[in-house]
Design a protein around this ligand. Structure first.
Ligand code: ZN
Length: 435
């Protein structure tokens, strides 16, 4: 054993017995050649780097084999001992980032990632569809603004089942194929998804026994975007027009006052769509006041205001009949607002709700939304930022799955202590407890 100038520890191993032929398993005294190998080993007590030096012997066996002998503690061509490899994921399991784990073990980023990937693959690559009945399907952006991926979650266990690049029909087809291969297509009862995406159609085509239900989150987002934001734009235009007219009149006390009123109305419109769509209990006092002013100032907003609450009520209905009634009420109110204020986006939205009625009125019955998936999406965003990135999509997917393993017992627990998952399989130290 020697100590390097940088404080690292060097252990020199000498063979104490003859090499074993990897083909026939007999001891073999004839060595064709040997090469010097240096591998990193797990630290003994401290964080010092430990290197093991040894000769890798290539046998020249009477059976005709000319290969390098196998060692139980290090793989061929690996620069790390099995114990070192077993050490790495222990940090990553504690949600330490690759960068930090690499710095801690003084290893390269790629090395840590490669070890982690092999381990994750062994734990998460296979999917088990046992007991899966309710799905949530959604898209998320892999890169800001472009490039999407689709993620499928088991809503009962909150386990992520599948992640695929893209969001088109062709991109998601492999998931349904996978379900078929596992003979699990028939057991799916509902799939929660965004009504505007391509997913509902796919669910209808591939899962005969399932109902595609729309989740409240996406419907509300659509209502905000297609109705409330449109209304805001119309009103803002009107106010600006009045302001321009006002600026042409000679200034006096009266015009000054009305001008100030218009400016206030304009500033109240900021994020008006969110204030109008929120549950009233969730609003803070100043937002509550903003809401009251918005309703008092604009008849259109006042007549659109009750709709968000009506939409929420549909999702509270546990059975189809009352849900259908609530949906009808919502549509009536939208139509009335469209009629009264000549506001066509409300009519369009009402028609759209009518077309998608089946997925809407059944939503409450299954009482499931993509809510858990939305939360998963946020975690995925964090992952993305941690630059696990798109460079290795397979790894990205495994990482996502490992963060959402579901409520089942953690797959991590199936691994014995100090075990390393190598490319060639699982390695367990010869003496359990004494690696
Ligand atoms: Zn042999």
């Amino acid at each position: 054993m020697k100590r390097g100038a940088d404080g690292s520890i060097h252990i020199y191993l000498e063979p104490v017995c003859e090499a074993v032929c990897p083909a026939c398993g007999k001891r073999c005294s004839s060595i064709h050649e040997s090469t010097r190998r240096i591998v990193r080993d797990a630290p003994l007590m401290t964080r010092e780097r430990v290197y093991v030096h040894f000769e890798a012997r290539r046998v020249q066996c009477s059976c005709g084999c000319h290969r390098t002998e196998r060692l139980p503690w290090v793989s061929q061509r690996s620069r790390l001992t099995n114990l070192m490899i077993a050490n790495i994921p222990s940090l990553l399991r504690l949600r330490v980032s690759i960068n930090d784990a690499a710095a801690h073990d003084r290893l390269g980023w790629d090395t840590v990632k490669a070890c982690d990937k092999v381990l994750l693959k062994s734990l998460f690559q296979k999917v088990d569809f046992t007991g899966v009945k309710h799905l949530a399907i959604d898209e998320f952006a892999v890169h800001k603004g472009h490039r999407y991926a689709t993620v499928v979650m088991d809503l009962d266990t909150r386990r992520i089942l599948w992640v695929g690049k893209g969001k088109s029909r062709r991109d998601v087809e492999p998931f349904f194929e996978l379900l078929r291969q596992h003979h699990a297509s028939g057991q799916i009862q509902s799939a929660s998804c965004d009504m505007n995406a391509a997913y509902p159609r796919m669910v209808k085509d591939h899962l005969k026994g399932a109902v595609a239900v729309y989740d409240l989150f996406h419907v509300m987002a659509n209502f905000i975007k297609e109705v409330l934001t449109e209304a805001k734009t119309v009103i803002r235009e009107q106010i600006r027009k009045e302001l321009r007219k006002n600026s042409k009149i000679r200034e006096n006390e009266e015009t000054r006052e009305s001008r100030a009123g218009l400016v206030r109305k304009l500033s109240d419109l900021k994020s008006a769509e969110w204030v109008l769509a929120r549950r009233p209990d969730d609003l803070q006092v100043d937002r509550q006041e903003q809401l009251n002013r918005l309703k008092a100032d604009n008849e259109l907003l006042a007549s659109l205001y009750p709709i968000a609450d009506l939409i929420r009520r549909i999702w509270c209905c546990r059975s189809e009949v009352p849900a259908r009634e609530e949906l009808q009420k919502t549509k009536n109110l939208l139509e009335a607002a469209a009629e009264k204020h000549d506001f066509s986006p409300a009519r369009r939205f009402a028609k759209m709700l009518g077309r998608r009625a089946e997925g809407i009125v059944n939503a409450g019955k299954f009482k499931r939304g993509t809510g858990p998936l939305e939360r998963a999406n946020n975690a995925i965003k964090v992952l993305r930022r941690m630059a696990y990135g798109f460079r290795d999509f397979e790894y990205f997917v495994l990482k996502i799955k490992s963060i959402f393993p579901g409520r089942n017992p953690s797959p991590w627990r199936s691994l014995p202590d100090y075990a390393a998952v190598l490319k060639s399989g699982l390695w367990v130290p010869a003496f359990p407890g004494i690696p």
